[in-house]
Design a protein around this ligand. Structure first.
Ligand code: NI
Ligand code: NI
Length: 135
């Protein structure tokens, strides 16, 4: 199947640079891999079950209209799992927020996904730890 998508210039430029460095034969092959990784990440997140501690890092554009409010509202609505947050102003436009989460795995991943889906959120990474398990 063929699809058409619109992307910001710089995002496509950075993607193309990586494809060249990694030696892909075409942009399509890179996009296919990226989609597969996206699906694998989703599947991993949906399998997280039981009590978890989550460390969620979020990089976002604070100029995106309404985003800062949405992020704060989401954290208040889920104050049962959001234990604390750390905020760093990365540069003029970007913020890094690190949230410490604790709760049922499903709640932790669903909360993370709702942040991921917000417009203006550029990067989200969730690491989970099972409390009480010796490493
Ligand atoms: Ni607050
Ligand atoms: Ni900031």
């Amino acid at each position: 199947m063929r699809i058409g998508i619109s992307l910001p210039d710089n995002l496509l430029g950075r993607f193309d640079d990586i494809i060249i460095k990694r030696g892909y034969s075409s942009r399509s092959e890179g996009v296919r891999d990226a989609i597969r990784n996206y699906i694998i990440q989703y599947e991993w997140m949906s399998e997280v079950e039981g009590e978890r501690i989550g460390i969620l890092s979020v990089i976002y554009d604070h100029d995106q209209r309404g985003l800062v409010n949405n992020l704060v509202d989401l954290q208040h609505d889920h104050s049962d799992i959001v234990n604390s947050s750390l905020h760093l102003h990365l540069d003029e436009h970007n913020c890094l927020e690190i949230l410490m989460l604790r709760g049922e795995g499903k709640a932790v991943t669903e909360f993370s996904e709702s942040i991921m889906a917000l417009k203006g959120v550029k990067h989200v990474k969730l690491t989970t730890i099972k409390p009480g398990v010796e490493i």
